[in-house]
Structures are given as C-alpha cells and as structure tokens.
Design a protein around this ligand. Structure first.
Ligand SMILES: C[S@@+](CC[C@H](N)C(=O)[O-])C[C@H]1O[C@@H](n2cnc3c(N)ncnc32)[C@H](O)[C@@H]1O
Length: 244
C-alpha cells in the first residue's frame, strides 16, 4: 500500500510512521508512506505558503500554487483526501474501505485552512477525525494511517485482531480482557476466564461485550437492531464486571 502525505511538517508524520507495527511494515515494504512538503514548491525567497483571506477575516490560509505544484510533482495515489473538520467522519468502516485500496493520499491543512480552489479542483474528498478543531492535519493523518495500515494483511501479527475487536464484525465493543497475574493487590481476574471451560468463556465474553456496549455505546446496539432474545438471556446469565 502506498500513502502520500502532503504536509508542511514532513518530519512529524514521517517520525510517527517510523515506529512500532507501522515502522516495521514500512521496513518490510508492506506499506510505503511518502511525505511531501509544499514549501519546497514555494517560489519566493521566504518560501511563503500562506496568505491572508480575501474579504478579510482572522488568520491565514494556505496558498494554492505551492500545494498544486507539490501534488502534481508526485502523481499521488488516489483518492486524495483533504483533512478537514467538516469532512466525512473517519471511523472503522472507512478505515476498512481505505485498507482495501492499493493506496491513497492525504492533504494536511495548517493555519485557518486551505484555499477553497484546492478542494474544488484537486481533492477527491474531505475527512474529519472528529468534531474538534486541531491546529493542523498531521495528527489526523497519523491517526488515519495507523488505523488503516493495521488492517493491511500481514501488518498485524494476529490476523484475528481486527475481526474480534471493537467495531469489528460483531458491531460491539470488545469485552474486558485480563493477563497474568491472576490476582494483584487483591484485584482478581474473573473466575470463568481461569476455568478452562471454553464454551462458558465464549458466552461470558459475548455477554461482557454486550454489557459494555449497552452501557457505553447504546447507539451501536440500536444500529444493529437491538438485542436478540439469546443476547438478553446471556446478559442475565453473566452480570457485568465492575466499571468506574
Ligand atoms: C485550525 S484548522 C482549520 C479549521 C477551519 N478554520 C475550520 O473552522 O473548519 C487547520 C487544519 O487542521 C486540520 N484539522 C483540524 N481539525 C481537524 C479535524 N477534526 N479532522 C481533520 N483535520 C483537521 C485541517 O487540515 C485544517 O485545514
């Protein structure tokens, strides 16, 4: 998978993408992340990439010429998505869509944003990482790259992870999980997980995933059409583990 990122802070994105799973995926050639700096395409001595908005208003905007030249210099992998608070909300489903492509590109804004002609003529879509305003698109780009690339076959050691975890095929949040030691400061791992009874463990896990989703994200339960009778019985069979 090839990902081109257009950013005034190439070191920031490149550095983030050099660690952990993603860093190893880049080293092994599974993922090719390339960062491109529009400032390299500015023509004045000060390498200016911003200017004040027509009609007045607060802050500066990214000028179109360095961005267009930068984008055209590399034949970015499509779709070219612009990071923007007003874009389509990024979620696990969109991560899956992007992971099925052989590549895509991200355009990071700075200042008060980007000249609208770039949206009109250069990009294929806009994507937001939530109803919040960041100072720039770089953190959003890193979030998207991490979420997408871990779904690329071979990037994660455990191929089942993306299927069983939160927002996976079940449409539920993941159940609480525990590791050794079985008891720590008097805090015990639920007895059922140590029982060796795999059928009961599977029912407990499902019940806890349901409890957690009903409590934390009832909208996800509604989205899958509510609870089945079988699921209601599971909730009765296993009470929820404590939450803060
Ligand atoms: C300070 S923001 C500009 C916000 C813009 N003036 C507005 O009100 O929508 C600068 C850049 O950060 C990025 N950005 C900020 N918040 C974002 C979000 N929630 N999702 C994706 N990108 C975001 C975008 O690339 C944006 O062009």
């Amino acid at each position: 998978m090839r990902i081109d990122v257009f950013t005034l802070f190439t070191d920031l994105v490149d550095g983030f993408c050099s660690h952990s799973l993603l860093g190893r995926a880049r080293e092994s050639g599974l993922v090719d992340v390339r960062c491109h700096d529009p400032r390299e395409h500015a023509h004045d001595v000060h390498r200016t990439v911003d200017d004040s908005p027509f009609g007045g208003g607060a802050g500066m905007l990214m000028r179109p010429e360095p961005l267009v030249e930068c984008i055209e210099s590399v034949e970015p992998r499509r779709p070219l998505l612009m990071l923007s608070p007003g874009g389509r909300r990024f979620d696990q489903a969109m991560a899956g869509e992007l992971a099925s492509l052989d590549g895509f590109s991200l355009l990071c804004g700075r200042y008060e944003g980007i000249d609208h002609r770039i949206r009109e003529h250069m990009v294929d879509g806009e994507v937001s990482v939530g109803d919040v305003v960041l100072a720039g698109g770089e953190v959003a780009a890193c979030l998207i790259i991490e979420a997408v690339t871990r779904l690329v076959p071979g990037v994660m050691g455990n191929a089942e992870g993306p299927v069983t975890e939160s927002f996976g095929e079940s449409g539920l949040l993941e159940e609480p999980q525990y590791t050794r030691p079985a008891e720590f400061r008097g805090w015990e791992v639920p007895e059922v997980l140590r029982s060796g009874d795999h059928a009961r463990i599977a029912r407990w896990r499902r019940a806890q995933a349901l409890h957690r989703t009903v409590t934390m994200r009832p909208d996800l339960i509604d989205a899958r059409g509510g609870l089945s009778d079988h699921e209601r019985r599971l909730l009765e069979e296993f009470p929820p583990v404590p939450y803060p």
